[in-house]
Design a protein around this ligand. Structure first.
Ligand code: ADP
Ligand code: MG
Length: 605
């Protein structure tokens, strides 16, 4: 068999996606690889296909139990023998799995990094032929990453202990250069073939909403998209409880996930979500890594997250099946303060010195600033994120709330000049709120204490709404006429170009046209002539089969496969095999039932 046959036979796909072939070919040639590809790009196939073509065993180091379980479940469904070795197994089960592994039962074994150097595992590894070691979520080796795991540092030591060095492959979705450098060094990759694919997720629609009533926004969206599965991320446990409670009161099948729940409850809620029993998950960022649910149709951020890396990763959990999906960020200025508070609270990481810790905090504040810019920009949102990751596009995607909003140019010369003057006159000592309140002429105690009421700019913009003044300050920061410091209490400061605001008049800012109802962009279903009622029937059948086998529905077939079935209505086994995502094993297992359902529906017409 060659790689194309493996792709078709086991995974049911006709062609490789961007980057996959290059990495697979390199691995088959015995070269190390490093794949940097966004969530949902299909990194798993890059090592699973070669693993099946190589002679011995492939070990996959993976950080999370749920991730391993999911992957092994998917492989078993495809008819591939795979197993995982982690702390979820009892000693007996672990021992048995190792025994089977020794007999060559498994081509692919997922292992937790903590296991690698344990005696029993090591002696197993020395007895068998290990052709490849794959490091999934490789950014976990980086101390600068969000998900640093000290045990990942043991991987290279483990590899050195093997009698023959296997080929090593590493994969991550984290694009920043610091993290990349760390991975290359810590895993000791040898002249790896590096592939970085575009970070753009073309099937995702991005929206930022600044409406005051966030909950109403959520309800509105859910009402328009019944029966869809999605995640609502909140910044704190308390908000998770609140939002989930209110959704349940309205009869929406929601569940919740955060670090304050017992292991058991978290597991249960996660399963309910995966199995579509509770299709709406309300969670903190503790939820998600390792959730490969492919039919997540929306990700709503109830609060602005702390940085663009986290946002892109969390939002990226939508639409892994490649179908259209929506990412909504509900922004309120209070989210900035809450994030600042969380940065200050960050617990000391034992691996870091005091100095490093200061460095990390400063970096976090800078990242938060970029995140805030994302929420307040009027430019293309997709372009903003891609530029952040070092990719340059046209600044118009036609598929984000900014590209679809009508903007008007407004003259903000008077406001801009007043802001700059106010910052100057107060000696560059205050943050955005004090500046805004001063310009508005607000009678607050704080202003009196700071003697801002004596500032010559006091009350100068009394007729301008607060939101507009804040918008202009943000705008001036984005254009670098001003900047906000990274301190615990951020202060607005002047820059070298501040005075240009008095020279290069008028100052023009793009602003959304006054509250008009935006037309929701039409969600393009790739398969226009899909039969919706058949799709619903197929979904029911999928649920029934999944329940019987105790696996999540999307492991039976993805939404995308079901949609294709509902459009093409295959009549024969051969036609069924043509559907994307239908491999031989699944065809044999489920083909009959699905073909029957499709035929029944045709008859009833
Ligand atoms: P990643 O690990 O990069 O986030 P996954 O490996 O989990 O992504 O793959 C995401 C989805 O894309 C899976 O449902 C997978 O089956 C699918 N996929 C991967 N490669 C292909 C391909 N060549 N054609 C069609 N679908 C693919
Ligand atoms: Mg993955």
């Amino acid at each position: 068999m060659d790689k194309n046959q493996v792709l078709k036979k086991y995974f049911g796909y006709d062609s490789f996606r961007e980057g996959q072939e290059t990495l697979i070919d390199a691995l088959l040639n015995g070269q190390d690889v490093f794949g940097i590809m966004p969530t949902g790009a299909g990194k798993s196939l890059c090592y699973q296909v070669p693993a099946l073509l190589m002679e011995g065993i492939t070990l996959v180091v993976s950080p999370l139990i749920s991730l391993m379980k999911d992957q092994v479940g998917t492989l078993n469904q495809a008819g591939i023998h795979a197993a995982f070795l982690n702390s979820s197994l009892t000693a007996g089960q672990y021992h048995k799995a190792l025994e089977l592994a020794k007999t060559g039962r498994y081509k692919i074994i997922y292992v937790a990094p903590e296991r690698l150097l344990l005696d029993e595992f090591l002696s197993f590894a020395l007895q068998v032929k290990i052709s490849m070691v794959t490091v999934d979520e490789a950014h976990c080796v980086s101390q600068w990453g969000q998900d640093f795991r000290p045990s990942y540092l043991k991987i290279s030591e483990f590899i050195r202990l093997l009698p023959v060095r296997p080929v090593v492959s590493a994969f991550t979705a984290t694009a920043t250069s610091e993290v990349r450098e760390d991975i290359l060094a810590a895993l000791d990759l040898q002249q790896p073939e590096m592939v970085t694919t575009g970070f753009d997720r073309k099937n995702l629609f991005y929206t930022v909403s600044t409406k005051k009533d966030k909950f109403a926004e959520v309800i509105n969206y859910l009402a328009q998209h019944p029966a869809e599965s999605g995640i609502i991320y909140c910044l704190t446990r308390k908000t998770v409880e609140e939002v989930c409670g209110k959704l349940l009161l309205r009869g929406i099948p929601a569940t919740r996930y955060h670090a304050g729940l017992s292991d058991k409850e978290r597991q249960q809620n996660q399963d309910d979500f995966l199995y579509d029993i509770s299709p709406v998950m309300v969670a903190t960022n503790a939820f998600g890594m390792g959730i490969d649910k492919s039919n997540v149709r929306f990700v709503i951020h109830y609060n602005m997250p702390k940085n663009i890396e986290s946002y892109y990763q969390e939002a990226g959990r939508a639409g892994r099946d490649g179908e259209e999906a929506t990412c909504i960020l509900l922004y309120a200025p209070q989210d900035v303060a809450l994030n600042q508070f969380l940065i200050e609270q960050e617990v000391e990481n034992e691996a870091l010195t005091e100095e490093d810790m200061q460095f990390v905090k400063e970096r976090d504040r800078e990242r938060l600033k970029q995140m805030t810019f994302y929420c307040t920009t009027n430019e293309c949102l997709r372009d903003f994120v891609l530029r952040y990751f070092g990719e340059y596009t046209s600044n118009y995607c036609g598929k984000c709330s900014n590209c679809l909003t009508e903007f008007v140019d407004i003259d903000v010369t008077k406001i801009a000049q007043a802001v700059i003057e106010c910052v100057k006159r107060c000696g560059q000592r205050f943050g955005m709120t004090v500046i805004t309140e001063t310009l508005r002429g607000s009678q607050s105690v704080k202003l009196k204490q700071n003697r801002m009421v004596e500032n010559p700019c006091f009350g100068k913009l009394a007729d301008v709404p607060v939101f507009r003044i804040r918008q202009v300050i943000q705008f001036l920061c984005q254009k670098q006429y001003l900047f906000v410091t990274d301190d615990k209490y951020p202060v607005v400061k002047l820059t070298e170009t501040s005075k240009d605001v008095f020279l290069q008049t008028p100052v023009i800012m793009k602003a959304a046209k006054e509250r008009e109802h935006k037309k929701k962009p039409k969600e393009t279903v790739a398969l226009g002539d899909m039969d919706y009622s058949l799709f619903e029937k197929l979904r029911k059948l999928r649920m029934e089969l999944a329940k019987a086998e105790h696996i999540p529905p999307y492991i039976v077939f993805s939404d995308k496969s079901l949609k294709e079935m509902a459009a093409k209505k295959p009549k024969t086994k051969e036609a069924f095999l043509e559907i994307n995502g239908v491999g031989e094993n699944k065809c044999q297992k489920y083909g009959k039932r699905f073909l029957e359902t499709i035929a029944e529906k045709e008859k009833s017409l």
